[in-house]
Design a binder for this molecule. Structure first.
Ligand code: IPE
Ligand code: MG
Length: 251
């Protein structure tokens, strides 16, 4: 397919000859270790982590990545000290308030995935606002996983389908992978191509369990607050070299 006019998603020149992932997810890990290494409180690491997120959203857009999904607060993060949980909530508040207008002006659509239960009401309202205001945008897609857990998402989807069966809206036999996929929070996102985890740990940590089925995974030693465009480009170069067969054999 050749483009006559450059589209919003034409890859930047450096990546024109590479296979670019369409949908990237990131486990932004290492904020606490980064702060501790500097003798600062963990929350300082989270603050700098937001700056790394801003850099990454910017770079991903410039490079031509259409979909970026980031793990911001997990259902397990409630176990952290209350002060840290509050700091993480405040950072989401600040981030949305600060960047919503700018992202909207750039044509970025924002989605928040995860459970809406147990969230402070002002955060629930802010999430609604961000999603509603950017609903018609198509130049890029930023999805923030907040109060998100992969198992919780799957259980919620199962409940939703069970309710549809109970209400006689669908037959049990009609539930297949496609129908299940459509009951998940990510129903309108494309297949996940690449997961990047910073902070050097080889774990999925309950992120996008269903969606990771065929994704490539790259673990990087860099701590999240230090992540920059060069790290993203390194992960993309790495991805371009992988051969994805989706369970089939090489042709
Ligand atoms: C990731 O950094 C941010 C969140 C999970 C919210 P961590 O806070 O997990 O940092 P480390 O792993 O302790 O270094
Ligand atoms: Mg961690």
């Amino acid at each position: 397919m050749s483009h006559i006019l450059p589209s919003a998603h034409d890859p930047s020149p450096a990546f024109q000859n590479q296979t670019l992932p369409r949908h990237i997810a990131i486990v932004m890990d290492g904020n606490g270790r980064w702060a501790r290494a500097k003798g600062r409180p963990r929350t300082f690491g989270h603050e700098r982590g937001v700056e790394a997120l801003q850099r990454t959203v910017e770079a991903a857009g410039e490079i031509g990545i259409e979909y970026l999904t980031v793990f911001s607060f997990s259902t397990e993060n409630w176990r952290r000290p209350l002060g840290e949980v509050n700091a993480l909530f405040n950072l989401l508040r600040a981030y949305v308030k600060r960047d919503l207008a700018r992202l909207n002006a750039k044509g970025v659509r924002i989605r928040i995935i995860g459970s809406r239960d147990d969230l402070p009401t002002d955060i629930a309202a802010l999430i609604e606002k961000a999603e509603t205001e950017t609903r018609t945008n198509t130049r890029g897609h930023l999805t923030i996983a907040f109060n998100y857990g992969g198992r919780e998402e799957i259980v919620r989807a199962a409940r939703k389908l069970a309710r549809s069966v109970q209400d006689k809206q669908i037959e049990v036999e009609a539930i297949d992978e496609r129908v299940f996929d459509q009951a998940l929070d990510t129903s309108d996102l494309p297949e996940l191509d690449l997961l990047i985890r910073t902070g050097g740990e080889y774990r999925v940590s309950n992120f996008l369990l269903w969606q990771l089925a065929y994704a490539e995974i790259t673990v990087m030693d860099v701590l999240w607050p230090d992540f920059d465009r060069a790290h993203l480009e390194q992960a993309l170069s790495n991805f371009a070299l992988r051969e994805r067969r989706f369970g089939a054999v090489q042709e």
